[in-house]
Design a protein around this ligand. Sequence first.
Ligand SMILES: [Mn+2]
Length: 337
Amino acid sequence: MLYTNAELAAPAIADCVRDKRHILLITHVNPDGDAIGSLLGLGLYWEQIGFKVTMLAPTPLPNYTRRLSNVERIQVYSDEPNLPPSVDLIALVDTGDVQRIARIYEEQADYINARPMIIIDHHATNTGEGTVNLVDPTLSSNCELLYHLLRAWDAHITPDIATALLLGITTDTQSFKTSNTTPSALRAAADLIEQEADRALIMRDVYSNIPFETAKLLSLSLAELKRDGPIAWTFVSQAMQRQTGATDDATDEVTDYISNLGGLKATVLFKERRDGSVKISLRSVPGIDVSAVAQHFGGGGHRQAAGATLSGPLADAERRVLEVLQATVSAAGDSAE
Ligand SMILES: [Mn+2]
């Protein structure tokens, strides 16, 4: 059964859970704030009403979730690939399809197929392959969806649950900046703050937590920033990464920074990988579809945020991508904001 609304799904999910004892919650590979918030928000609630709960992420957690209370309860499959035999129900959260749980699905298909599964997700592409499915793509985040589900169940939302759910709404809306920042998302966030969500902890850890090495990398990369009319771009080389000691994900900070510059229609970051290939991260204003540019180079993504991997060297990749991007921006003319 596939539900698209939390109120309608609430009784069916409660029925499915009622006679179970041990629930395994799983989220997607490279978990983000919404994934971790979903594990903790739902996991802590089910624990509170008497279930044994195991929370599992396929790969390690992002740094900014490290100080959430109970986060140490989340097991990382790539560190410890043993699933408890006593589990009698699986719940998949914030995960568009089973491929997104990566190695867990590849190595544990029999284990997973032998158990009933609840799917709770907000990705439009989710086809609802579980025993009971709740997929609402109109919401900002999976944590907002869980918020509505908990409210429909009349659940007691503890401060820890509220903090977990607020984290997901905050990160999936990029701190209430993106177009999915709906009145409903803001109302859910307001209610969670009333339930004593630790908003200050989220803000500090998500936004005021940039490592020193990342800042040094950002400065080197911004020194190379170039502009041609409505397009700006820069690169991160392996030499820059070695020189600063910045981690691999530090380049996200560069992508974010240049995408927030005013007066541009599109930006690209070229990142040289260890094997010499070049990863591109494209961003654009509405009206410029950079996913088409990414697809041209065998990648993909969303209209306003997309990526691909090309063969190097850097200068060669720059020339090839800028040519296609310039054509795309010119074709859009003045219709793009
Ligand atoms: Mn999400």
